[in-house]
Design a protein around this ligand. Structure first.
Ligand SMILES: Cc1cc2nc3c(=O)[nH]c(=O)nc-3n(C[C@H](O)[C@H](O)[C@H](O)COP(=O)(O)O)c2cc1C
Length: 205
């Protein structure tokens, strides 16, 4: 009987050891993966930042010169939104705002909007979305050049009514069979420009 108890205790100890080792391994690989995901996101963000703000425009460290601002009406989310500020010789030259287009076909579309100090768009990129492949994903630069249409535009170019897809009387193409996605992006970029116009001083403070 005592041999049986001893064997059972041994087996239980071995099982416990493997369970602890297994859990530790899972926790460790989860942490490594999380760090890798964060590093990849940061690298993608930096690539996109530099795609919309040419590096010769500024001499500060964008990642170290950021702030968050909250404005659901214009930035599309109740959460604070990241803003990166570009300066040259301490003078503000541009900023990059990361607003949300809340009403995509499949939910939120995260955008990156680069704006010159004078309010002209340097460029727009899509950071993440769940739009339908082959329909709504033409907002991605790797799928089409549609997003480049924003380059150089501002609140006065085009005028207010132009800030819409063509179907709604504006200047932006919709996609074949997919108007909801481009409509959401155009509205979010327009709102971001209005936000910038209102809060420029605070953005660079
Ligand atoms: C399965 C499915 C997925 C769709 N995905 C999108 C999408 O990602 N983006 C979009 O704008 N419209 C999408 N649509 C189409 C919309 O329902 C809607 O019909 C369209 O955006 C309206 O544009 P239209 O007037 O040019 O057809 C999808 C439709 C279906 C049936």
């Amino acid at each position: 009987m005592s041999i049986l108890i001893k064997k059972m205790t041994q087996a239980a100890s071995i099982l416990t050891l493997f369970a602890v080792l297994g859990a530790g391994l899972v926790a460790y690989s989860f942490q490594i993966t999380q760090e890798q995901i964060k590093a990849n996101q940061r690298a993608a963000l930096l690539r996109n930042l530099n795609a919309v703000i040419p590096t010769n425009l500024y001499d500060n460290q964008l990642f170290n010169d950021s702030r968050q601002m909250q404005n659901e009406a214009f930035l599309g989310t109740p959460e604070p939104v990241m803003i990166y500020r570009a300066r040259k010789g301490k003078q503000p030259v541009a900023c990059v705002i990361l607003p949300i287009a809340p009403n995509g076909y499949n939910g939120r579309i995260q955008l990156l909007v680069g704006i010159n100090y004078d309010g002209k768009l340097l460029g727009v990129r899509v950071l993440s979305h769940q739009e339908t492949p082959g329909l709504g994903d033409n907002i991605e630069l790797r799928r089409s050049n549609w997003i480049l249409k924003f380059n150089g535009l501002s609140l006065t170019n085009p005028k207010e009514s132009g800030w819409a897809v063509k179907r709604d009387g504006g200047i932006f193409d919709q996609f074949t069979g997919a108007t909801i996605t481009p409509r959401a992006v155009v509205k979010a970029v327009h709102n971001t420009l209005i936000f910038y116009q209102h809060y420029r001083d605070e953005i660079f403070k």
